[in-house]
Design a binder for this molecule. Sequence first.
Ligand code: ATP
Length: 354
Amino acid sequence: MVDVLQVAVLAGDGIGPEVVPVAMVAAEKALAAQGIRVQWEMLPFGRSAIDSHGESMPTSTLDALDGFEMMVVGPHDSASYPEPHRSAAPPGAVLRKHFGLYANLRPAQAIPHIPATAPDIDLLIVRENSEGLYADRNMAVGAGEFMPTPDVALSVGVVTRQASERIAERAFEAARTRRGHVTVVHKANVLRLTTGLFRDVCFEVAQRYPEVRVDQQHVDAMAALLVRRPGDFDVLVTENLFGDILSDLAAELSGSLGLASSINCSDTRVMAQAVHGAAPDIAGRGLANPLAMISSVASALDWAATRRADPRLAAAAASLRAGVAATVAAGVMTPDLGGIATTSEFGDRLYSVL
Ligand code: ATP
């Protein structure tokens, strides 16, 4: 049990410095109601860190982050960085790799009063985040893509028993606290060895969770089924690329990609980061929707509640979600959702119900 929660904050670029503070104040209030105080540590990151430290992800920031279990990270707009920073590894990827954040958890749930193609969707996509076909992270040295000649491009896909096992464990643990159903998503009819290994390891892990129902889908069929009957699925566990694509589809079905929340985590560390980018087109104008950032922080609090066996953290997360739902139900929404509220007006209304 903690009475002070230490959280590192990397506000990021574009709308990051607008949405991150709203999520911080909201979390502070929800946690205070549970008797928990938050100590925030703001660390340099992104475009402003290039100016102040000469790097978008300063070594001093990485060193400082070492001491934190929880971090809240805003979006980065690396495409706008001057060279050589633009061509360097994106700061989000640096964080994932440096801290071994092997699981990307992306919930997709419709919020009443926000139009959704699939109002009954209530999914958690558990995406393996450290290997697969992602060339920036699946090799110890070098990249997983290369060109032996200018007209031939090759890509290496990596699936290991160890990474498949730990992601499957996350999925089955999550299913236990949800509706008790895991769907293993793969393409073992074609990628027999790689996604076949992934599928087999997931089914081995399933034997340790007899109370959880397990089934499987090929990724192409899964995409169709998510559109046809999304309400039938609870937790999907899948490899990196499939998870990336399916989670965008699920987010869009639940309302909009702009609402999508996410955490990247290991067994000892969690990073809350909304799925959306820095949105430079609307930055600094009070138009940004903080909802995805707030929901990401709520998911990080749920992760911490499990790790620390502290139900107060889960209660704070639930209160954040209920507060967002109540704010939206009262018609207070930012322009991307058809409303007229500014970022801070949304925040003020939310704080008043926490
Ligand atoms: P990236 O490659 O970093 O994801 P992107 O340009 O593909 O960046 P976003 O920065 O997410 O994607 O922006 C896509 C569109 O969604 C833009 O029009 C942006 O204004 C809008 N958008 C993104 N996030 C939000 C938000 N939180 N609130 C309102 N609009 C948003």
